[in-house]
Design a protein. Structure first.
Length: 202
C-alpha cells in the first residue's frame, strides 16, 4: 500500500514501516520504526548536488529550539556536520579530516589525514585528554600562549618510545632518564654523552 501526500501529512500515532507493531521497539525512539525483515535496511535523504540533507533534533518551535542538535551533509562541499546546542561542533571533510571546534580542519601535510581540535578562545588550543574509566590514569596535550603543554595529571611517568623501545623517561618526581627506565638523578644518562658547549655546575 502506498500513501501519497500532496501537502502536509499527519499521523496521530506511532508509525511502522515494514512492521505493524512499532511499540515492540525501544520506547524512547518508537515514533517511527523502519524494519527490514532480512538483509540491510535504512533511510535515505535525497537532495540536489548543491544543497544540504539534514536530520535535526528540536525541543521547541522558536529560534534555536528547532535545531538544538543535528546531522547535516553539505553536498556542494562534501562535508558532514555534527550539531549540538544549536551550533556545529564537529566536521568531517571530503578528505576525511576531522575538525572538533572548527568546520574547516586543516590538513597538516598532503596525504596526512588530520584531527584538528580548536579552542573557544584565542589563547588556548583545543585539548586532548586521555583517561582510564575511573580517572586513576589521566594525561593531556594542548597549547596555550605560554607554550605547548603535555603531561600526566596523575603520578605516572612520561615515556618517549621509538622503534617500539623506550628511549627517554621523565619520572613524576622530575628525574629524567636517557637510556634508563629508572633515573636516580635529575638527569641520568646510561651511555656516552656528547656535549659541544659548556657544561656548568659539575
Amino acid at each position: 500500500m502506498a500513501l501519497n501526500f500532496l501537502n502536509n501529512g499527519y499521523f496521530a500515532g506511532k508509525v511502522g514501516i515494514g512492521t505493524n507493531s512499532p511499540t515492540d521497539y525501544y520506547s524512547g525512539a518508537d515514533n517511527l520504526v523502519v524494519k527490514q525483515e532480512s538483509g540491510g535496511g535504512g533511510i535515505t535523504i535525497v537532495t540536489d548536488a548543491s544543497s544540504e540533507g539534514s536530520l535535526y533534533f528540536a525541543d521547541g518551535t522558536t529560534a534555536g529550539e528547532t535545531y538544538r542538535g543535528g546531522i547535516v551533509y553539505n553536498h556542494s562541499s562534501d562535508k558532514l556536520f555534527l550539531i549540538t546546542s544549536g551550533a556545529t561542533k564537529a566536521t568531517i571533510d571530503s578528505s576525511g579530516n576531522v575538525g572538533i571546534g572548527t568546520s574547516t580542519p586543516t590538513e597538516i601535510s598532503s596525504g596526512a589525514t588530520t584531527l584538528e581540535i580548536s579552542g573557544t578562545v584565542t589563547t588556548k588550543s583545543g585539548a586532548l585528554r586521555l583517561a582510564s574509566s575511573d580517572n586513576s590514569l589521566s594525561s593531556y596535550f594542548y597549547h596555550q600562549s605560554s607554550g605547548l603543554l603535555m603531561g600526566t595529571a596523575t603520578a605516572q611517568p612520561i615515556r618517549i618510545i621509538t622503534n617500539n623501545s623506550e628511549k627517554i623517561r621523565i619520572e613524576s618526581g622530575g628525574n629524567v632518564g636517557i637510556g634508563t627506565t629508572s633515573p636516580s638523578a635529575k638527569l641520568d644518562v646510561a651511555g656516552t654523552g656528547n656535549f659541544t658547549g659548556l657544561v656548568s655546575g659539575i
